[in-house]
Design a protein around this ligand. Structure first.
Ligand code: C2E
Ligand code: MG
Ligand code: MG
Length: 611
């Protein structure tokens, strides 16, 4: 019966789609039904490729004797297709003689044999005639019946209006999925996928192999972006991805968390030890940095990797990622090491840092921070000629934190600049109070965090503050530690000059504690050189130390710089320093940092008054 087959085909397609069968297989089955029913030689669905100018046979039915060429890319271009379209006036065209004027090119590309009768059905995609169905008989001279015409037209409709749109929607969704699951810059899988794959890998491994999570960060990456541009930045990210996945066969999967943070899963096989793994990663990071130095010489890129060994397969991967990250953060950028293995003490430290950070704001609000004063003594006159203000933190529950515990944390999160200004304010308030009461005052020194040099208005803020308390500038001294001079030479030079021009005193703190260079003394103008307490730390002075100290004092004097020796704890040290012509001392021997009232009493009595 006419129309019966059309109905059957339609029903078939609709039912398969209702069952959510994969579209591609439904298209294939549809072509097969039509092909077999009419004894066709070949049916091909030709489609223009997305974002490309070429065409491909995406699905086909090959009848008896017809060679199969799966995913055959056709060698005609967009222009040739457009040319052919001019001759296809209707959506369904029948060529019973097997010849088609103007369509030779497209036909010869698709054709598996020339000369047979055929029908071309044009399909639309996104408003463009970008696909065609070709129904072909082997022999020429075939007369197309009404049933054939109806069936081919229905097949066209089903593919055109229904199957291809569903298929395209699905491929778009898959593409979206790909964008969602993979990082577009490096091609690495995204973090969530990585977690799943990596965790599955070590959990399903029943051998004795040991795994580790490596958390890496590219130092100075921001600088590359700013200095060489984002393309260079992307280039570095891709290069690092190649290092991660190809340099060592031990690295299994990797992800880029964000920016320049990479995480990978590494496997230690029978032939490798933990130490060997660390050595291999060290070498990998170093080589990467060396290679980049050649391409981006000004960037001084390096890699810091924290490593956490997976000791217990039942613990979530997130825990190990955190541990590796903690180890990474402990790595100091400038000291050469590029890898650090996580251990439990780091976790305690991490917890402490979190506690400190989370309570800082409230502590400032509740007035838990205050300062103590440690006297500075003039060795000639044995009088107190000043004091250093040292910050203290006592929580309302009685818990005390040491400056060495909280200051490094506040330097990292920036809170130190507010804390310093709180100390400066309290010191000004203290001095104003004594001036108001007609009491004598001595210069008080305060410490300056390196963070202040990240801004340009530090000196102006200081001047505004001190003036608001009407404290004479020469009663305030700013202690800047040596390493700041080295890291920010230009900015500190400017700041020191402006502070001194404004009448404040400036000292270089902790001289000799780091990579101090005597050249610094020449380059910078400051009032006091504070010798680090480590020079005296051993308790007894050996010959070498005494020679060094005496010579630094001598040199500084020649440059009109006063020398203060920190950490004086014994009578013996004090007399050595007096002999070496040291001007000033500070240390437990003379007085530990003390409460303000205690210091005030000291000013009046023990050491005699200066003013
Ligand atoms: P610093 O500026 O070098 O301060 C001297 C440190 O040596 C103080 O430690 C002081 O208590 C200690 N000290 C003094 N005499 C002796 C001694 O004879 N023997 C020994 N062993 N130690 C002595 P403190 O108060 O724990 O402060 C440590 C560091 O924290 C300071 O070193 C300074 O760098 C920083 N700091 C303290 N207060 C502030 C502040 O308000 N702001 C900033 N940014 N840093 C501060
Ligand atoms: Mg100091
Ligand atoms: Mg010091």
């Amino acid at each position: 019966m006419e129309g019966e087959f059309v109905l059957k085909v339609t029903e078939f397609v609709l039912s398969k789609m209702a069952e959510r069968k994969e579209v591609g297989s439904v298209i294939k089955q549809l072509l097969q039904m039509v092909g077999e029913h009419f004894g066709l030689y070949h049916i091909a669905l030709v489609e223009k490729q997305k974002r490309m100018t070429s065409f491909t046979i995406t699905y086909e039915y090959c009848g008896q004797g017809c060679p199969v060429k799966r995913n055959h890319v056709l060698n005609f271009t967009q222009e040739e297709w457009q040319q052919s379209l001019k001759f296809l006036k209707e959506d369904m065209m029948y060529y019973e003689s097997g010849e088609a004027a103007g369509n030779d090119k497209i036909l010869s590309s698709v054709n598996r044999s020339t000369g047979g009768a055929f029908c071309i059905a044009l399909l639309e995609h996104q408003g463009e005639k970008a696909a065609a169905l070709l129904f072909k008989y082997k022999e020429a001279g075939h007369i197309f019946s009404e049933e054939e015409k109806m069936s081919f037209a229905m097949a066209r409709q089903l593919v055109n209006l229904y199957l291809l749109p569903v298929r395209n929607y699905e491929t778009d969704r898959m593409e979206l999925q790909r964008v969602k699951n993979y990082d577009m810059v490096t091609g690495l899988m995204k973090y969530e996928s990585f977690l799943q794959v990596a965790e599955g890998t070590y959990r399903n491994d029943e051998t004795d192999a040991v795994y580790a999570i490596v958390y890496s960060d590219i130092n100075n990456f921001k600088y590359v972006n700013e200095y060489y541009g984002y393309l260079a930045g992307d280039d570095i990210l891709r290069k690092f991805e190649q290092v991660l996945l190809s340099a060592s066969p031990l690295q299994l999967v990797a992800t880029r968390l964000f920016s320049d943070y990479f995480i990978s899963l590494v496997k230690i096989t029978n032939f490798t030890t933990e130490q060997m793994l660390v050595a291999m990663l060290e070498q990998q990071n170093r080589r990467f940095a060396e290679a980049l130095l050649k391409i981006y010489p000004d960037a001084k890129v390096s890699v810091a990797s924290g490593i956490a060994f997976i000791k217990d397969n039942s613990i979530s991967i997130l825990n190990y990622v955190d541990c590796a990250n903690i180890a990474r953060k402990r790595l100091k950028k400038n000291f050469g090491a590029t890898c650090l293995v996580y251990d439990e003490s780091m976790e305690a430290q991490q917890k402490k840092e979190i506690e400190i950070t989370s309570q800082a704001e409230a502590a400032l609000f509740l007035g838990e921070f205050y300062f103590e004063l440690q006297p500075k003594i003039n060795l000639d006159s044995n009088t107190v000629i000043g004091a250093e203000a040292l910050v203290r933190w006592k929580q309302s529950n009685g818990k005390k934190w040491l400056p060495d515990e909280f200051i490094p944390v506040f330097e990292k999160n920036g809170f130190i600049t507010r804390l310093d200004f709180m100390v400066y304010t309290e010191v000004c308030r203290y001095l104003r109070e004594r001036i108001k009461k007609g009491q004598s005052i001595v210069p008080i020194s305060v410490n300056v965090s390196r963070m202040h040099f990240e801004t340009d208005d530090f000196v102006e803020r200081v001047i505004r503050l001190v003036d608001s308390y009407a404290v004479p500038h020469n009663y305030l001294e700013f202690e800047i530690t040596e390493s700041v001079f080295i890291d920010h030479l230009e900015k500190t030079r400017v700041a020191i000059r402006r502070l001194r021009e404004a009448g404040f005193l400036v000292s270089m703190d902790d001289f000799g504690s780091g990579y101090s260079s005597l050249n610094l003394l020449k380059e910078l103008d400051f009032d006091v050189l504070k010798l680090d307490k480590d020079f005296l730390a051993s308790g007894t002075l050996d010959k070498k130390e005494s020679v060094i100290i005496s010579n630094i004092i001598k040199m500084a004097k020649q440059m009109d710089i006063k020398v203060l020796c920190e950490g004086v704890e014994t009578q013996e040290q004090a007399s050595f320093l007096a002999q070496a012509d040291c001007d000033l001392v500070q240390g437990y021997y003379y007085g530990k940092p003390m409460q303000i009232e205690v210091f005030d009493d000291l000013l009046g009595e023990d050491f005699g008054k200066m003013f």
